[in-house]
Ligand binder design. Sequence first.
Ligand SMILES: NC(=O)c1ccc[n+]([C@@H]2O[C@H](COP(=O)([O-])OP(=O)(O)OC[C@H]3O[C@@H](n4cnc5c(N)ncnc54)[C@H](OP(=O)(O)O)[C@@H]3O)[C@@H](O)[C@H]2O)c1
Length: 277
Amino acid sequence: MILVTGATGNVGRHALEMLLGQGREVRAASRAPERATWPAGVRTVAADLADPASLATALAGVEAVFLFAVPGSGPDFVAAAEAAGVRRVVLLSSGAVDDEAEEQDGPIAAYHAEIEQALRGSDLEWTFLRPDVFAANTLMWAAQTKAGDVVRGAYADATAAPIHEADIAAVAVAALTEDGHAGEIYRLTGPQSLSHADQAEIIGEVLGRPITYQELPVETVRQAMSAHVPGAILDGILKAWADSVGRPALVTADVEKITGRTARSYRDWVSDHAAAF
Ligand SMILES: NC(=O)c1ccc[n+]([C@@H]2O[C@H](COP(=O)([O-])OP(=O)(O)OC[C@H]3O[C@@H](n4cnc5c(N)ncnc54)[C@H](OP(=O)(O)O)[C@@H]3O)[C@@H](O)[C@H]2O)c1
């Protein structure tokens, strides 16, 4: 049995469907499974990674877990997984984690690194997926593309190699179901470095109307985003954008190496989500 946590999320939804498509025995976890829409026939379980008492039922009879990183949840998850006899854990970590750093740069890197540390110190077979920027982050522009032809935001020249969530899921499924991934760390990116302005242009090309990116002052963007994003996380996002300006984003071959397929392009991702824009 494979337990998929974060099964209602961008990546987990795809992992769940891919595993079901392979005919695997899968259990999908959510804090509120009754509120989600699930693929036909899937078995679900209520589990909150921030509530260790909820984990024993979710983990009973489970051999492998796709683990969503909930801040502070590492040690309790490891204890519950070892007690349940789980063998293998594939963690959805973050490309922000830096193995060389004495102290992680910001809270996003720090909480993912803490969960990695708990898994490293366990008897479990672990694999860490460290994706960089999700293409899905650009869904934050959808309200603007629905309302007009201009996307307004910070740093037109900030770069990323946006990754399709289905590619992260495909790597997760390989690591959950095949041998040879224990102790491996995969740095996952999309196939091409693109600026914010490039990404807006590609959305326009897919939608069939010109869309341009208009750069706003950082403080204006900070104020707008602070309604939805906690301060320390927001600082990290704005800093990452500022640091990337004028530097091509890292592009790795790990998606292709693990799945045998080239990583989907940002254009592919927009085509798959065109209705949202
Ligand atoms: N966005 C990026 O650019 C980026 C880059 C690198 C790494 N990441 C990492 O990728 C992850 C986001 O993945 P995603 O986009 O697939 O997720 P998502 O769409 O944001 O969905 C969040 C998921 O987390 C689950 N969840 C939240 N709190 C939980 C808890 N206490 N216990 C159990 N489940 C909980 C939710 O499940 P329910 O609500 O159903 O319980 C939901 O399935 C984050 O860890 C993020 O740091 C993101």
